[in-house]
Design a protein around this ligand. Structure first.
Ligand code: 5GP
Length: 194
């Protein structure tokens, strides 16, 4: 998605060879117009799939998911990273190892929001090693719902999450794919040579 790639080029901050900071439009300050365009793009790519709900992870998955939900006219559910102890029996949970925080967290969704008739689009902000997406997929499976695909805002193609998810048979649609963050330069898939 050209607008997203341009915004990443202008505003993305390379923190290391493997971590990109995009806190001026996605992870802290949010650009609503860009989120709307992302929502339209995800909706366009998945509109034929008969999706009933979107499942994402708080907090950075929420903005692009809301805009996609608005376009497809379906609800958006965000998995919580902190459990409310009183509700444990009514929760679907999965363990997710966080790439950026380097720790494991349980993520959870209330059982009442998902059922076996649901066909789910999973959305997240970044795809690195695939742990967040796999955790969300695990929760959807626990509800006996089906998965239409996985929508990712920024895929880091040099990490193994994309390959892992595609090997498992998931349709993964990324709005921007980064080939490399080496030498202080952001190279996108389309620009990579050889
Ligand atoms: P994964 O679970 O695929 O290993 O990593 C994806 C999750 O880690 C996303 O939910 C995202 O919050 C975070 N993440 C992974 N890589 C990056 C990155 O380069 N920048 C930022 N801002 N978040 C990342």
């Amino acid at each position: 998605m050209d607008l997203l790639i341009e915004t990443i080029k202008q505003e993305g901050i390379i923190l290391s060879d493997s971590v990109l900071k995009v806190d001026s439009f996605l992870n802290h300050q949010i650009d609503p117009q860009l989120m709307l365009e992302m929502g339209k793009e995800f909706a366009k790519r998945f509109k034929e799939e008969g999706i009933t709900k979107i499942v994402t992870l708080e907090s950075s998955g929420i903005a692009p998911s809301i805009m996609t939900g608005l376009q497809l006219d379906i609800p958006v559910i965000f998995a919580r990273k902190k459990k409310s102890l009183t509700l444990v029996n009514e929760l679907l949970t999965a363990k997710v190892y966080s790439f950026t925080k380097q720790e494991s967290n349980d993520i959870s969704v209330a059982k009442k929001f998902l059922n076996e008739n649901d066909h789910i689009l999973i959305i997240d902000d970044f795809l690195a090693n695939g742990q967040a997406a796999l955790g969300l997929a695990e929760i959807v499976k626990q509800a006996n719902a089906s998965i239409a695909g996985i929508g990712i805002v920024i895929e880091k193609g040099f990490q193994n999450g994309g390959a892992k998810l595609r090997e498992l048979g998931y349709r993964v649609e990324s709005l921007a794919t980064i080939h490399s963050l080496k030498n202080g330069e952001i190279i996108f898939k389309e620009e990579a040579r050889g």
